[in-house]
Design a protein around this ligand. Structure first.
Ligand code: AQP
Length: 336
């Protein structure tokens, strides 16, 4: 296998406003990895079009996701930041992986089932092969570590299966084994309206999520309106097991304050949700406020953002091209 420092790859879709789920489950965790690994962070616009995106909205959301990453502490001097469609290796390797992955593997993907819903015949083919493109995103850089939220675990297992099958079909030891990095107190942030559903950019209910574009007042309002039950807070995490909404808010509190959920339970034991939500609203505003304000400032300077994405793409292309050349050689594509 090619010899290099360990590499991290991760991405976010510009399929709507960044949410607190994207922040706590993924982007926040990326920041600390920048000093330990070679880091590549991507705005995955090819993934976004697996469901319909208005072109102008997509362009704006692509910049906004980049701004969200940078405002959260992803540093363009330490990490490569770019949008996926600028680097052809992703789509090209995804095609090869479409020919490696098996229909049976993709049929098991729960994200496709959730997103396609009852009308899977009407879903795009792109949505079905989304996990093959995700495998290509990672393996086009021979990345070894992928920080994601818990919802992406199954896709990363598929990435490992694809890498193994490619290596075994072609009798090579080329693609590495990919390790998911799922950490932090909120690996699965749930909807503020339904503690059993994931907080998602594409949820039709605005009140289900906190967007990184929400201002301080709106963030506080959404926290105060979040659904809860009528019981007071318990003194232990175990007692939250059948209280999905309460558990979600405690986990959000823990993640935003970099504390353990058990600490939060001890502090708020026996208190009602009104006090807890007030404190959580203040905490959310104090952590997210500076990020949302910095994002908004950056969105006024699109030349700056576009420059970062352009330079990132040059560097990403430089890394992926020789890897794709080796893949062509292994597969037997003739380069006369
Ligand atoms: N609710 C969540 N809790 C924890 N992590 C989450 N992530 C997303 N939602 C949560 C993590 O954010 C990263 C980027 O996700 P994505 O944009 O590529 O796709 P997604 O997981 O499909 O996110 P959304 O917000 O639900 O988008 P839509 O609605 O467009 O499908 C990933 O690491 C993901 O785990």
């Amino acid at each position: 296998m090619t010899d290099f420092k360990q590499r991290v790859f991760s991405g976010v879709q510009p399929s709507g406003n960044l949410t607190l789920g994207n922040y706590l489950g993924a982007i926040k965790n990326w920041v600390g990895l920048q000093d330990k690994y070679e880091t590549i962070f991507c705005v995955v616009d090819l993934h976004a079009i697996t469901t319909w995106q208005e072109p102008d909205v997509l362009r704006n959301a692509t910049r906004e996701v980049a701004a969200g990453m940078i405002a959260s502490g992803v540093d363009p001097k330490k990490s490569i930041i770019f949008n996926q469609s600028q680097v052809p290796a992703h789509a090209e390797l995804a095609w090869i992986f479409n020919c490696v992955a098996r229909m049976g593997w993709l049929n098991r993907m729960t994200q496709f089932k959730e997103k396609a819903g009852k009308h899977k015949e009407r879903a795009s083919v792109g949505l079905y092969v989304y996990p093959d493109l995700m495998a290509a995103d990672i393996l086009a850089y021979l990345a070894t570590h992928v920080p994601v939220g818990a919802d992406q675990k199954q896709h990363l297992e598929l990435t490992r299966d694809i890498a193994q099958k490619f290596n075994s079909d072609y009798g090579v030891d080329f693609f590495p084994e990919v390790e998911p990095l799922i950490f932090g107190a909120a690996t699965r942030v749930m909807s503020l309206r339904d503690g059993t559903a994931k907080m998602s950019k594409s949820d039709p209910s605005e009140n289900s999520r906190i967007n990184l574009t929400d201002d301080r007042d709106l963030i506080a309002k959404k926290i105060r309106k979040a659904r809860t039950d009528s019981e007071p807070l318990p003194g232990s995490v175990e007692a939250l097991e059948n209280r999905a909404e309460a558990k979600n808010l405690v986990n959000i509190f823990a993640a935003l304050s970099n504390r353990d959920a058990s600490d939060i339970c001890i502090e708020y034991e026996g208190k009602g949700f009104a006090d807890f939500k007030n404190d959580l609203a203040d905490l959310s505003v104090s952590v997210l406020g500076p990020i949302t304000e910095e994002m908004s400032r950056m969105m006024d300077d699109t030349a700056y953002l576009d420059g970062i994405l352009r330079e990132g793409a040059v560097n990403a292309n430089r890394m992926a091209s020789p890897i794709l050349d080796q893949v062509h050689e292994i597969v037997g594509f003739l380069r006369p």
